[in-house]
Design a protein around this ligand. Structure first.
Ligand code: PLP
Length: 310
């Protein structure tokens, strides 16, 4: 039997913390073969996004069609989409795809940079979301998608379920919404992620089927947690075939990575997907002394001192 493939369609983050880079690291860590099509090139580091170049929509669509015609893709995971034209083209392709479509509705980076053109929102809701089987919004994204005026960090579970009901009504294939809770008011020192399922009867209210609570960490760690959560849900769903188990494991993995990731870079450190608990007998974060800089590196200025482990 061919090995099923998870396919990420997302933006590129050259710092390796978010986007397709985070998705592929997550798939690989969880034992799933990953393919990836790029929607946008971003110029960013751990301090934030400086520039975005969205690829031509037809080029994005060609990448996706090439992979779908060749590989046995069972799960598509989407991230940053960038432009209206890309959303439209991908919406057409996803409407024909019968496997799982896990949509991470990436709207804005945590540093405040828009990652979807504001004018693309309408086409996202009408033309793209109907193909989704699972959505993984954070609380501000959920609020925005549900058409609420503005995000209130004191949003309670009842408000959250009302917003989810709006999305279930709009997206006929949508089965589950994983709402990550990191943006809720930090009153308790805990973050609650929730798995919300469509009500069994069409007229009923959605239900919170599971909650995952983990400590709220202070400090500058966590660039790309949203991408990693959605990619982990995708990989675990591919392996286990079950929403509740995929949600619990994905939330657990992100909490573990947040706790284990060391500072890296000058801004918000990315998750350290590569630290595996010495599975190969070499202790994690143990490195041979770096060799002398190669000639091609000699032009670096004095502020670029190589890997930063603060
Ligand atoms: N860059 C890309 C390409 C992304 O896909 C995302 C999130 O999905 C981000 C940046 C934002 O990551 P963060 O908000 O964790 O900084």
């Amino acid at each position: 039997m061919p090995c099923p493939v998870a396919f990420s369609i997302a933006g590129s983050d050259p710092s390796g913390g978010a986007g397709v880079q985070a998705d592929l690291k997550t798939f690989c860590r969880l034992g799933v073969y990953g393919a990836a099509a790029i929607t946008c090139i971003t110029v960013q580091d751990t301090r934030g996004v400086q520039r975005i170049h969205c690829l031509e929509a037809e080029l994005v669509a060609d990448q996706v069609r090439a992979v779908l015609h060749d590989l046995p893709v069972s799960h598509i995971k989407t991230g940053m989409l960038g432009s209206t034209a890309i959303v439209r083209q991908l919406g057409n392709i996803l409407a024909q795809f019968r496997g799982e479509v896990i949509v991470d509705p990436v709207l804005i980076s945590s540093s405040g940079h828009p990652l979807l053109a504001p004018e693309a929102m309408d086409i996202l809701l009408r033309h793209f979301l109907p193909a989704a089987t699972v959505l993984t919004p954070n609380l501000p994204e959920l609020t925005h998608l549900a058409g609420r005026p503005s995000f209130d960090s004191a949003m309670n579970e009842n408000d959250l379920l009302t917003a989810c009901a709006t999305l279930f009504a709009r997206a006929p294939r949508l089965r589950a919404i994983c709402v990550t809770g990191g943006h809720a008011r930090a009153a308790t020192g805990e973050v609650v992620d929730r798995l919300v399922l469509r009500a069994p009867a069409s007229a009923g209210r959605p239900v919170v089927a599971a909650r995952h609570t983990h400590p709220r960490l202070t400090g500058e760690i966590g660039h790309g947690t949203g991408c990693t959560f959605a990619a982990a849900f995708t990989a675990y769903h591919l392996r286990l075939g079950d929403d509740a188990r995929a949600f619990a494991r994905a939330a657990g993995l992100v909490a573990d990575l947040l706790a284990a990731s060391p500072p890296l870079g000058r801004g918000t450190a990315p998750l350290a997907h590569h630290l595996q608990g010495a599975a190969d007998g070499i202790p994690d974060a143990s490195f041979a002394a770096p060799k002398a800089a190669s000639p091609s590196c000699k032009t670096r200025d004095a502020t670029q001192t190589g890997p930063q482990h603060r």
